[in-house]
Design a protein around this ligand. Structure first.
Ligand code: ZN
Length: 210
């Protein structure tokens, strides 16, 4: 299956591809696109419409998978999915609104169905997902509790130190460690499903609906 990936770094995208293949239980063939040159929030949000149109009209991509880090923004919640309840500050809700808008306004593709889309939100960063099951203190609930009543259970920099052994890993080290962690999670997604349900759940459900 031909899939385009977008995440905040090439290492993130490689880990995302491994998780996607584990969820879909099949190999995927990556499709390149101009969005790969852009990084980080809010750039991802800004380039998303153009990336989706490019993939829709100019590539044979069947699917598009995107994750962003929540950082300090509100985590996604099921309550946002009630009619007219989408949360303005939630990055997942923002990306969904953009994707829905593009999908409603593109012409049908001559030979391919509408691009399938799956979106996820790593709370607070993809390093937390990759530490899931390896460090029992790292959970979505711990972060959400911290946001509600403080203190924060860990920092983004602290998560990097836990995962890479340094808060400033080289791209090579980052990629190597991320791939190893993603392959551990790909063996068994249940801890990620349980402990990161609000941000990983939408990604899994999106992919499962393809
Ligand atoms: Zn939301």
């Amino acid at each position: 299956m031909k899939i385009a990936y977008l995440a905040e770094s090439p290492a993130d995208a490689a880990a995302l591809a491994m998780l996607t293949e584990a969820i879909l239980a099949r190999k995927t063939e990556p499709v390149s696109h101009s969005g790969l040159r852009h990084r980080g929030w809010p750039t991802v949000r800004t380039v998303l419409p153009a990336v989706l149109k490019e993939l829709h009209y100019h590539t044979d991509a069947e699917g598009f998978v995107l994750i962003v880090d929540s950082n300090g923004s509100p985590p996604h919640s099921k309550e946002h999915e009630q009619p007219n309840a989408s949360e303005r500050k939630c990055r997942l809700c923002q990306l969904r609104r953009i994707a829905d808008d593009v999908r409603q306004n593109v012409r049908p593709r001559p030979t391919l169905p509408l691009l399938k889309i799956a979106l996820g939100l790593a709370v607070p960063t993809i390093e937390a997902w990759l530490l899931c099951g390896a460090d029992p203190h790292v959970t979505e609930a711990a972060w959400i509790n911290g946001l509600k009543q403080g203190p924060m259970p860990y920092s983004k920099r602290g998560l990097k130190r836990k995962l890479y052994g340094t808060s400033h890993p080289s791209l090579d080290l980052e990629t190597e460690v991320m791939m190893k962690a993603a392959s551990r999670l790909a063996e068994n997604l249940s801890s990620l499903e349980q402990l990161f349900a609000q941000g990983f759940g939408p990604l899994r459900d999106g992919l499962k609906s393809w």
